[in-house]
Design a protein around this ligand. Structure first.
Ligand code: FE
Length: 190
């Protein structure tokens, strides 16, 4: 597969399943899933994050109107008809959930991880966010505010994480490679 095939991936997977029901190799399914979850999606989000760290004007545009920014980039994958990017700061930590189901910005983050769809995550990140974040490896200072954003069919969210310490002199590509999917959901700090 080439990069140009990305928009058809989900359709292709469905088509293959329908046509070859029972004959489809798990190898192909694995390749499709890997592509969406580890390469296409989060790489797109990481591009936005790294550029926002470097270019104040771009950061401003991303925080004000992420939908326009992703439309300009033309990312494939969908589910970003209305995208809102929320920024982590030394005072505020953001995390994203869909309490109803699993709404998620596919074009910038790829496939939602299994735990994102787990009823335990969906309820507990709202009722006890600090505890859940601590369990997932995010330790927040007592005085920090935690904001949890509930995604829906109408609005999808992505977190702009804080850059890791000591990353000031890295290239844009190096910065991108540091940005993880989980940091853009808000359940990891870099
Ligand atoms: Fe949902």
């Amino acid at each position: 597969m080439t990069d140009a095939d990305a928009p058809q991936l989900r359709a292709e997977a469905l088509e293959a399943l329908l046509i070859e029901k029972g004959l489809l190799t798990s190898d192909l399914v694995d390749k499709v899933i890997t592509r969406y979850s580890e390469r296409v999606g989060p790489m797109n989000g990481a591009k936005l994050v790294a550029r926002a760290w470097r270019e104040p004007e771009f950061r401003k545009a991303l925080l004000e109107d992420a939908t326009s920014v992703v439309t300009e980039y033309g990312f494939e994958g969908g589910e970003v008809q209305k995208l809102v990017v929320v920024e982590n700061t030394p005072e505020v930590h953001n995390a994203v959930v869909c309490t109803l189901c699993s709404c998620y910005p596919w074009a910038v983050l790829g496939l939602p991880p299994r735990w994102y769809k787990d009823p335990a995550y969906r309820s507990r990140i709202v009722s006890e966010p600090r505890e859940v974040l601590r369990e997932m490896g995010v330790s927040l200072r007592e005085e920090m505010e935690v904001r949890v954003w509930d995604s829906s069919a109408e609005v999808r969210y992505m977190v702009l994480p804080m850059p890791p310490e000591g990353s000031e002199n890295l290239s844009l590509e190096e910065l991108q490679s540091l940005v993880t999917r989980d940091s853009m959901i808000g359940v990891e700090t870099l």
